[in-house]
Design a protein around this ligand. Structure first.
Ligand code: LR7
Ligand code: MN
Length: 572
């Protein structure tokens, strides 16, 4: 019985197993079938997609769809433009994300007409240049419509006999629209134009991207533009004519503002413009023209530096004078490097007031940088070592960590270039090209940190470069940029790089624009450390001033609160 039972059990067992195996096999087969089918499906779909997004029909449809949404005459004459309803909201969102109203740009005609922003007298000048130019536009993830508006403005505003070609250099953008769609636009809508799109295999940064464009260019002159510019009437003629006259002249147009919010082309009047300067922190700045009469003649005006994005240079001269520092990465610094080099090595830099180009000024970079490196700092350290001689000390006060840092890279080639071209010193540049630049420790009676007896120091309280604010007191600290660095100049100014201490209402002391007329900005430093302000007959006083608050002038008395100790005092 027991044996029988066992056998029966075994019988049932075997049958069960057999059924399960059978079911499994059937299921497996079904699964395989389904699986194969879906894999094939996916494959076919992927293939279709690939075919589609590259096929000219697909691109053509996409482009037509895009073109159909353009609103005729929007932004005509460079007027500010606005969208309604949901587009307006989307535009505001885009502004926060890209620092540009991309929605608006996509609705605005790519070939919009701008009014002539020039001073009227410019229209009387006749230029007849023979040189032809290559226009080089570099971009990384810029908006397609903005790039195309740049291209259209060049085509529409440059007589064809002066335009050799347009070279678009894509610095390995990741935005899909900048590939197929851009190519399709160029080959269909701009087929009659000589336009090359060059694609860099990996992101090289704007300096090496420009170099790549320059290597391919054939024109007599190279004009570089950022990818968000609009050229205006006759912009190219005065540039080319001036280079024909002097091949060592490197030229910048007046750069007008295209507003990122509403794409308005705004000018600061037709004759008010500035030229380029720099700060010891290594930034480009705008400065007033040295000789006001230059403004009236409307002829090219000497500029100590350039902003960097928009300029014209004779092609061979570009290479002769050392093109760019190819070891500069990312963004920043190349503009001051090129400016100093041009002046120091025998060229000149000028702003041409009858050539005007708009540029979209964005509040932040809409793109990121690989590795988050401070390329501006590193690039500026490079140029400081190569071109600024001992004056680099001011830059490295702002960036002490970069002074002897291997991250700055090898400088041999650039130093050799300076030797080979027999370039002049930075002192020559300051004396001859930019004599109004304030040098914190030259032609001064005293300079450095300015201490009270209680280890408090005069401090600019982080005043931004373009603001007015109190001259303050703060605990002395060794190295926070130049915020505690002041000088008493030979003109009697108590000042830092940009601002002069001025007495307001006979009591408060503000840092404000230096006017050079003495009065409330005039100070006399006595041997005992008193800082006397003759116009109020009062002395700079630190009593009762809290950390981070403004100092005052008070009646002079023999008090420790009215004695100021500068790091360095000159004998004279
Ligand atoms: O990795 C990058 N690769 C690129 O190709 C980063 C940027 N780019 C492209 C970018 O798409 C753009 O077309 O390089 C161009 C310049 O970049 P922007 O527009 O972000 O720079 P910017 O206008 O803020 O900065 C100014 O200083 C830069 C310093 O490196 C360059 O010299 C810019 O060309 C320069 N722009 C101008 O001079 C315009 C006038 C502005 C002022 C003042
Ligand atoms: Mn720009």
């Amino acid at each position: 019985m027991l044996v029988k039972c066992l056998r029966l059990k075994r019988k049932i067992h075997t049958r069960n197993i057999l059924t399960v195996v059978l079911i499994l096999i059937v299921m497996l087969f079904i699964f395989k079938l389904i699986d194969r089918e879906s894999a094939e499906n996916v494959n076919i779909k992927a293939q279709q997609l690939r075919l589609d997004s590259n096929s000219s029909q697909f691109l053509e449809n996409k482009l037509r769809d895009y073109e159909s949404r353009i609103i005729p005459n929007l932004g005509n004459n460079g007027e500010p433009a606005f969208l309604d309803g949901s587009d307006a909201k989307l535009g505001e969102k885009a502004l926060k994300k890209f620092a540009l109203n991309t929605v608006l740009s996509d609705r605005m005609p790519l070939d919009r007409k701008l009014r002539d922003p020039r001073n009227k007298k410019c229209r009387e000048f006749k230029y007849n240049p023979k040189l032809k130019t290559s226009v080089i536009v570099i971009f990384y993830n810029e908006l397609l419509s903005v790039i195309l508006r740049t291209v259209w403005s060049v085509i529409l505003q440059t007589p064809s006999h002066l335009l050799e070609e347009i070279i678009l250099v894509d610095d390995a953008s990741t935005d899909e629209n900048l590939k197929g769609l851009l190519d399709h636009y160029v080959t269909t809508r701009l087929a009659t134009q000589d336009i090359q799109v060059v694609r860099l295999p990996k992101r090289l940064g704007l300096i090496r991207a420009r170099l790549q464009g320059a290597r391919l260019a054939k024109g007599d002159v190279l004009i570089f533009l950022d990818a968000h510019c609009e050229a205006t009437v006759d912009w190219a003629e005065p540039l080319l004519a001036r280079i024909e006259e002097d091949r060592t002249a490197v030229l910048v147009p007046i750069i007008d503002v295209i507003e990122a919010t509403n794409l308005a082309y705004s000018t600061n009047g037709d004759s008010s413009y500035q030229v380029g300067g720099f700060s010891w922190a290594g930034h480009f700045t705008w400065i007033d023209i040295q000789d006001e009469k230059d403004k009236r003649t409307l002829t090219p005006v000497k500029s100590p530096t350039m902003a960097g994005g928009l300029f014209a240079i004779e092609r061979n001269f570009f290479w002769d004078i050392g093109s760019y520092d190819e070891q500069m990465d990312g963004w920043g610094g190349e503009n001051l490097e090129m400016s100093f080099r041009i002046w120091q090595c025998g060229g000149r830099l000028e702003t041409v007031p009858c050539s005007r180009v708009g540029h979209i000024f964005r509040d932040f970079h809409p793109y990121s940088f690989p590795d988050n490196k401070d390329t501006h700092g590193i690039n500026t350290a490079r140029l400081a070592h190569v071109w600024m001689d001992d004056y680099k000390r001011f830059f490295f006060r702002h960036q002490p960590a970069l002074e002897n840092n291997p991250i700055v890279g090898d400088l041999t080639h650039r130093k050799q270039l300076r030797q080979k071209l027999k370039c002049k010193s930075f002192k020559w540049y300051l004396d001859n090209v930019y004599p109004e630049k304030f040098i914190p420790d030259e032609r001064v009676f005293a300079f450095g940190q300015v201490r009270t007896e209680f280890d408090m120091c005069l401090d600019d309280l982080q005043l931004a470069e373009d603001k007015v604010g109190p001259l303050g007191l703060y605990q002395c600290h060794p190295y926070v940029a130049m915020s505690q660095y002041f000088s008493v100049s030979h003109r009697g100014e108590l000042r830092n790089e940009n601002f002069c201490a001025e007495v307001f209402q006979e009591r408060d002391v503000q840092l404000t624009e230096c006017h050079g007329h003495k009065r409330e900005q005039y100070w006399v430093l006595y041997k005992n450390g008193t800082l006397y302000n003759p116009s109020t007959k009062k002395c700079l006083s630190g009593d009762g001033v809290d950390n981070g608050r403004g100092v005052k002038v008070e009646h002079c008395r023999n008090s420790v609160y009215q004695r100021w100790r500068f790091d360095e005092v000159n004998d004279t």
